[in-house]
Design a protein around this ligand. Structure first.
Ligand code: C2E
Ligand code: MG
Ligand code: MG
Ligand code: MG
Length: 292
């Protein structure tokens, strides 16, 4: 009887709060063990050149597969990893794994592509970031120019002085920098020119309703012209259909990424897309017929 009373202690909490906090707690403790239990993997999503259709790079996207909970979406666990600080060791694993994979493809003679890795605010603020990146490059043997780090506007604007230092150190190694989700954060146009940015990625929310939405048209065009004027490569995220593609191409967007090209794929399937074209099996070119 006494035992039963004790058990009822939890009635002080509302049922929902209890369920939520237990879910969070168990997700958190599962997340803590996910690295050592090797439950993480990376998928890779290609980026293509809008003029040539060639794959120029891939972006590594983290996946968590839990034996009981199933596949947990990054939208759920990345914020939790960020809050708890677990993103630092997880992110270290991501950079390492991505570099090792890029080198494995390169050694097999597949098309050389750049490898993009997302950084979170906590990782960006971590004092060991550069050391972790250096170690990943050294351990894999990957050339720094093939690595691209994706950061967001808010990471750069939080502490501009520190961000400039970190970004300069990254650039001095030859590593490329991209601004992810561009247009969704606060950024200062005058500071944009001081950050050593190579690429800006137009956020998916501005691409979704192209070409119908006239405001998104204006925003996409403005980002493209600004990026090009500053000598950056402009990539559109989340391209899902041919109409969006046509609009972006007409307005001079350099590269695109999205379900129209490919979803994020496991390494094996990504490798299939990186196979060099067999020139020997291509049909001989026909001379162009003269117009009658
Ligand atoms: P992100 O870096 O902006 O990545 C793009 C997200 O959009 C990916 O979601 C991708 O699967 C999705 N996506 C790509 N093309 C399309 C499309 O055509 N339509 C739609 N509807 N979605 C598309 P995912 O993989 O769920 O990742 C979500 C976010 O989680 C990423 O946004 C990134 O911020 C974060 N993330 C993923 N992997 C990592 C990681 O290794 N480290 C860190 N710090 N963050 C990561
Ligand atoms: Mg990204
Ligand atoms: Mg992002
Ligand atoms: Mg993005």
């Amino acid at each position: 009887l006494a035992k039963e009373d004790g058990k009822n202690g939890y009635r002080f909490f509302s049922k929902e709060v209890k369920t939520q906090s237990i879910e969070r707690l168990s997700l958190e403790s599962a997340l803590r063990r996910a690295l050592e239990r090797e439950q993480f993997s990376l998928n890779y999503q290609p980026k293509v050149d809008m003029e040539t259709g060639q794959i120029t790079g891939v972006e590594a996207l983290l996946r968590w597969s839990h034996p009981d909970l199933g596949n947990i979406s990054p939208a759920q666990f990345i914020p939790l990893a960020e809050e708890t600080g677990l993103i630092v060791p997880i992110g270290r694993w991501v950079v390492k794994e991505a570099c090792v994979q890029a080198m494995a493809w390169q050694r097999r003679g597949l098309l050389p592509v750049s490898m993009a890795v997302n950084l979170s605010p906590r990782q960006f603020a971590d004092e060991h970031l550069l050391q972790d990146v250096d170690e990943a490059l050294a351990a894999s043997g990957m050339s720094p120019v093939l690595l691209q780090l994706e950061v967001t506007e808010s990471m750069m604007m939080r502490n501009v002085g520190r961000a400039l230092k970190v970004l300069d150190a990254i650039q001095s190694r030859g590593i490329r920098l991209a601004i992810d989700d561009f247009g969704t954060g606060y950024s200062s146009m005058s500071l944009m020119k001081h950050f050593p940015i190579d690429t800006i990625k137009i956020d998916r929310s501005f691409v979704r309703d192209l070409p119908q939405d006239s405001e998104d048209q204006a925003i996409a065009q403005a980002i493209i012209s600004m990026g090009k004027a500053l000598g950056m490569t402009v990539v559109a995220e989340g391209v899902e259909n041919a109409e969006q593609e046509a609009f972006l191409r007409t307005h001079g967007c350099d590269e695109m990424q999205g379900f129209l090209i490919a979803k994020p794929l496991p390494a094996k399937q990504m490798a299939e897309l990186l196979r060099p074209v067999e020139l020997s099996v291509a049909p001989p070119l026909q001379p162009e017929a003269d117009p009658a």
